[in-house]
Design a protein around this ligand. Structure first.
Ligand SMILES: [Zn+2]
Length: 349
């Protein structure tokens, strides 16, 4: 009678295990048979009604069903786990036949490229490329360039002061000339250019920026005249804009040069006929320059009776805008890769 019960449970179990297809069904099955009120657990309750001499056999019979269940459970569980793992591996597999993700490549900044070009042509003429601090002392930025305190020439350069009236963000790269001359100690000839950032209080728009790059050059030697300056400028602009470009000087005024000139080049676009780039004049202003003022030489330790020199300053952005036909200064300082790529491509055409 009691054994019949065991056989019934066993038959039911054999039937049930045919329809177990996932881990949830397997666990439900475990509850059904081995849970607190599970069918196999309940068989154990029957043992109380079994005579003592038969209890051992009965217990063994129940244990056989339990073992049968456990074997099934362990095997099936392992099988399900392997299947899950395989599915996961399959879904995470790398398909090496798929096209690779594209790597976005940058391009050199147009401004940097232009500066490198000027550096190259100047280095070929024996110039050193020199660097200097962007936070500068008033004496290097102004005083030693013949612009004493209170001089009206300072008004033209709306300066950012950092601390009191002695430290400032350099308003021009010319202080690097002073520093280089001081290092030359009045005895070493100098050929240097300094490309670098300068700062002036200005509203940012398409043609103005509080920060801009100057490329400044200085030559100090014996018997240097304005015609040496003209020859040098000529070489630089021909390299940048083409061999047929002409240069002309117009008188100007700077505190640190005497005489001072503004440098015009013949319009590379209309070849002098007049267009929108040259404002119908046939000429484009590209630099300020001049023969180094005797006071500047003297203050930096060079005797003007013995030494002479010239200095020039290009606006790097202006050169790049002309060369690459850019009409908005802000292009140089945004980080849109597409723009530098466009110019990069045009360059290589
Ligand atoms: Zn023109």
């Amino acid at each position: 009678m009691k054994y019949e019960q065991i056989n019934k449970v066993k038959e039911m179990l054999e039937q049930d295990i045919k329809s177990i297809f996932d881990i949830k069904e397997l666990n439900d099955l475990k509850v059904k048979y081995l849970g607190k009120k599970g069918l196999i657990s309940e068989l154990n309750q029957l043992i109380r009604d079994i005579p003592n001499e038969d209890r051992k056999d009965f217990g063994q019979a129940v244990n056989e069903v339990r073992s049968f269940f456990n074997d099934f459970y362990d095997t099936k569980k392992q099988q399900f786990e392997e299947e899950t793992l395989n599915k996961k591996l399959e879904s995470e597999a790398i398909d090496i036949s798929l096209p690779a993700a594209k790597v976005t490549q940058g391009a050199p900044s147009i401004l940097e490229k232009l500066i490198e070009e000027v550096e190259e042509v100047c280095m070929a003429m024996g110039y050193d490329v020199v660097d200097g601090p962007e936070i500068e002392e008033d004496k290097y930025n102004f005083e030693m360039l013949n612009i004493p305190k209170g001089h009206p020439a300072r008004d033209a350069q709306d300066t950012f002061y950092v601390e009191g009236e002695e430290l400032l963000l350099r308003s021009q790269t010319s202080p690097v000339q002073v520093r280089t001359m001081l290092e030359g100690k009045g005895v070493t000839p100098i050929r240097m250019i300094c490309p670098g950032k300068t700062y002036r209080r200005d509203d940012d728009d398409a043609t103005h920026s509080h920060q801009f790059m100057q490329i400044e050059g200085l030559l100090v030697d014996k018997n240097i005249s304005l015609s040496d300056l003209k020859g040098t400028i000529d070489i630089i602009v021909k390299k940048l804009f083409g061999e047929d470009i002409e240069t002309r000087f117009r008188p100007s005024y700077y505190q640190f040069t005497e005489p001072s000139v503004e440098v015009d080049i013949s319009c590379f676009n209309c070849k002098g006929k007049g267009c929108s780039i040259c404002k119908k004049t046939g000429w484009i202003t590209v630099a300020g320059a001049g023969v180094v003022h005797p006071n500047v030489l003297r203050m930096s330790g060079y005797d003007p009776k013995e030494w002479s020199g010239f200095a020039f300053g290009f606006g790097a952005e202006r050169l790049a805008m002309l060369k690459y036909d850019i009409n908005d200064l802000r292009v140089f300082y945004n980080t849109d890769l597409r723009e530098s790529k466009i110019f990069d491509r045009e360059e290589s055409l």
